[in-house]
Design a protein around this ligand. Structure first.
Ligand code: 5GP
Length: 186
């Protein structure tokens, strides 16, 4: 497998995250905001989105793994790393890379809601069109994309390609680098 068609370029990601950051800044002005990213995939969105939020936010990380095949979600989620601190009474914004079936988020939302945050919302860079079997309200969406398996900008294929600067689809073929291709940008 190798890097195929570019779905969202690095420039488009940067511009959209700036817009989302401005929106979040306005919505949470004067509030105690905690950003929670879900590792590993969301590390890139967290780093870039948080820098577009002009508020002194707090950051925390969770790591979850879903059982089953690499390219499909089973809906069964295991918490590998929980939050460092309590979230009771705090405004929590979950930062996600991608929402596919929505099952992971549904699980996370339920898990965090019982801890009684003041509010709990979700921001995701990517939302796959028409695949949500578990309808979750996602307050901030970067891009809606077709239901292809994508890689890059935090998203992996068998643990690799997270460092690709854009979001691309996988295609059949020999694995190779992306320097000088559309995936490396202009
Ligand atoms: P969901 O539970 O919404 O179906 O899937 C959530 C998780 O599945 C994501 O956080 C991500 O780890 C993984 N996932 C879903 N779609 C894709 C995709 O197209 N590419 C990659 N690399 N991971 C995906």
């Amino acid at each position: 497998m190798r890097v195929g068609r570019v779905l969202v370029s690095a420039e488009e990601i940067e511009a959209r995250l700036a817009e989302m950051g401005a929106e979040i800044t306005a919505d949470y002005a004067g509030k105690d905001l905690l950003l929670v990213a879900v590792l590993k995939g969301a590390f890139m969105v967290m780093a870039d989105l948080s820098r577009h939020i002009a508020l002194p936010v707090d950051l925390d990380f969770m790591a979850v793994s879903s059982y089953g095949e690499a390219t499909k979600t089973s809906g069964v989620v295991r918490i590998l790393k929980d939050l460092d601190r309590e979230i009771a009474g705090r405004h929590v914004l979950i930062v996600e890379d991608i929402v596919d079936s929505g099952l992971t988020l549904q699980y996370l939302r339920r898990n965090l809601e019982v801890r009684r945050p003041a509010s709990l919302e979700i921001a995701t860079l990517l939302l796959k069109r028409g695949l949500q079997v578990a309808p979750t309200t996602v307050r901030y969406v970067g891009f809606e994309i077709p239901p292809d398996f994508v890689i890059g900008y935090g998203l992996d294929y068998l643990g690799r390609y997270r460092n690709l600067p854009c979001v691309a689809v996988m295609e059949e073929g020999e694995e190779e680098g992306w320097e000088g291709t559309a995936a490396s940008g202009p």
